[in-house]
Design a protein around this ligand. Sequence first.
Ligand SMILES: Nc1ncnc2c1ncn2[C@@H]1O[C@H](COP(=O)(O)OP(=O)(O)OP(=O)(O)O)[C@@H](O)[C@H]1O
Ligand SMILES: [Mg+2]
Length: 324
Amino acid sequence: MVGSGEIVVDGIHKVFKKGKPDEVRAVDGISFTINKGELFGLLGPNGAGKTTLIKCISTLLIPDSGSVKVGGYDIYREPLDVRRHIGVLTGGERSLYWKLNPVENLRYFAALYGVPRKITKERIEYLLDLMGLTDKTRVRVEKLSSGMKQKLSLARVLIHDPPILLVDEPTLGLDPYFARFIRDFVKNELNRKLNKTILLTTHYMDEADDLCERIAFMNRGKIEALDTPERLKQSMPQKQVLEIKCQGTLEREMFSSIEGAASINISHGDGFAYLRLNTDNPEIILGNIIELVRENAKIYSVRVTVPTLEDVFVHLTGASLKDG
Ligand SMILES: Nc1ncnc2c1ncn2[C@@H]1O[C@H](COP(=O)(O)OP(=O)(O)OP(=O)(O)O)[C@@H](O)[C@H]1O
Ligand SMILES: [Mg+2]
């Protein structure tokens, strides 16, 4: 159903290597609407189809079928109008000229977008100031840290002051300080203050939860659920989570016989394995679970907590956001 909205995606498909044995249905019948001024998140694991979807919306790829309107413009009939109204930030992409300094880069992109000469200088000063890059104006981009490059990429995306932003994994590979800066900037400056409509993709659950007003869970080319983070978490049938931090080898199957435990998820980080089970009765199943874990691992801590978006994703798809 096509409705009114700033970004209206209606039934789009994109298949790679069509008809070949290794055909990939990267975007497999997706529809959603993003309202003006909304910060909307696409959350999904590697290969879910997030970047392909962003490329279709931004006219970099032509979908096989379906329709997309951006700012009221049709991606097939009015691609140039679409491009004028969007800024596209792709994480980890080499979208800057590394031999040029930040001012030269921004001047180049301003010219490319037809920003009038009169306002270019002012706009560059404003953006570099906003990004805290005023002391780097004469430093070649190749000498900037990855966090500073990402800040400059954001400035580039904003040079023509587009009302709509498509940001693909904006904090991928950044250290926590720059990741925090980018997140705060996207939410407070771009969305709240400047009222930009933003479509953001991420596979970081906390990032989506923290930033987005609504989230679409994407998996294998499809949207599995779409709602506010709060309502997604409230939709879990079990209201508590038992989490065990341990060292050793755990398999999901080890816990499948436990009654009253669902959405079993095992993840790894900082040298530890984390087992999460959704349940309404943590105290009843705790004894059995600890016994099973102890057969294969050393337990460091046990806690009872509430569902996260990761738990909802596991519940809906059986997959983890960290799965390849
Ligand atoms: N140009 C291409 N040719 C063939 N297959 C492709 C192409 N681009 C993407 N794919 C495949 O389409 C699927 C979706 O990829 P996409 O990059 O959209 O996922 P993603 O959600 O952005 O993943 P990530 O989190 O890794 O960025 C993957 O299986 C990918 O290998
Ligand atoms: Mg991607």
